[in-house]
Design a protein around this ligand. Structure first.
Ligand SMILES: NCc1[nH]cc(CCC(=O)O)c1CC(=O)O
Length: 315
């Protein structure tokens, strides 16, 4: 090997099917965007992968799927880390920065019925139907519309969850549309659940790529991959969640859109909602403003949610 040629860019990733798809996607984008760029994957096992039985909302706290992937980059075993932004804690990690936010995939949640049976609304589910989702955000919103539903945690990778559904363990399950589409399961979507029925999690559908803050080579490679519109959206969403001191398991939903003005400037419209666990109470707040002020708008919305008692709903 020519000793002056830089080594490959090493991507730390979990080994799950979705994480591997996302890492391969980043690898392909880097190869296309950066001349002579070699890329390789470095698989990492996380606490979330090792503990397959506990309820996700009860163990390890935030970052169970991301901490060890980040550590591989901090240790220099890898140069960049690919995350589902929904799973990446909002608290910054010393020594790392978000070098790229990829263009967002469809960000809504999806309802899946056994064997892909179609469904036109939540009202169609049978009385007291069993719905598999451990997410407090999804549970609260389901109960807001259908207080009779019986909700329970479902864990395992996508294939396992679909099998449990088809074998009759649940009448329906909820999954993020983005993950289903990436793995080619979009034909299993019975109904897309969008606001005002179901607000997605902050960062849902977006992929973030971290690198060491002092690694100029990787930073400039990642700059080619960054999508400014998604960056604005997730900046507001993550700032809001962080200001609420909440994590991805909290009953918090967000919706942001970016409008481009004729002069090329951006306007962000941002809304966030907090529910009580049983879905019977909710507070919401909205703000609009220039895209570059996304973080401030997110924090302002968090403050308004608190003023309306949102903090009590999170406790
Ligand atoms: N918490 C797991 C997780 N993290 C990201 C996704 C989906 C992909 C995405 O939102 O980008 C999922 C699966 C799910 O919620 O169904």
């Amino acid at each position: 090997m020519n000793s002056s040629s830089p080594g490959p860019l090493r991507i730390a990733t979990r080994a799950s099917a979705l994480a591997t798809w996302q890492a391969e996607h980043v690898a392909a984008l880097l190869r296309a965007a950066v001349a002579d760029c070699r890329v390789e994957l470095v698989p990492v096992t996380t606490q979330g992968d090792r503990d397959r039985n506990s309820a996700l909302s009860t163990f390890g706290g935030v970052g169970v799927f991301t901490r060890e992937v980040q550590q591989a980059v901090l240790d220099g075993r890898a140069d960049l880390a690919v995350h589902s932004l929904k799973d990446l804690p909002t608290e910054p990690t010393d020594g790392l920065l978000l070098g790229a936010v990829l263009p967002r995939a469809p960000r809504c949640d999806a309802l899946l019925l056994p064997h892909g049976r179609p469904c036109s609304s939540l009202e169609e589910l049978p009385q007291e139907a069993r719905v598999g989702t451990g997410s407090l955000r999804r549970q609260a919103q389901l109960l807001a519309h259908r207080p009779d539903l019986r909700l329970g945690e479902i864990r395992g990778n996508l294939d396992t969850r679909l099998r449990k559904l088809d074998e009759g363990e649940f009448d329906a399950i909820i999954l993020a549309e983005a993950g289903l589409r990436r793995l080619g399961w979009e034909n299993r979507i019975s109904l897309v659940l969008a606001p005002p029925v179901m607000f997605p999690a902050t960062g849902q559908g977006a992929i973030g790529v971290e690198c060491r803050a002092d690694d100029e080579r990787t930073r400039s490679a990642l700059a080619h991959l960054d999508d400014p519109v998604t960056r604005i959206e997730v900046t507001a969403e993550r700032a809001c969640l962080g200001a609420l001191r909440a994590g991805c398991h909290a009953p918090v939903g967000a919706w942001s859109t970016v409008e481009k003005t004729p002069t090329g400037a951006t306007t962000l419209h941002f809304e966030a909602v907090i529910w009580s666990r049983d879905g019977s109470q909710r507070v919401n707040a909205k703000a609009s403003g220039p895209g570059p002020e996304a973080a401030l708008l997110g924090i302002q919305v968090a403050r308004e949610l608190r003023e309306q008692g949102g903090g009590d709903l999170l406790r």
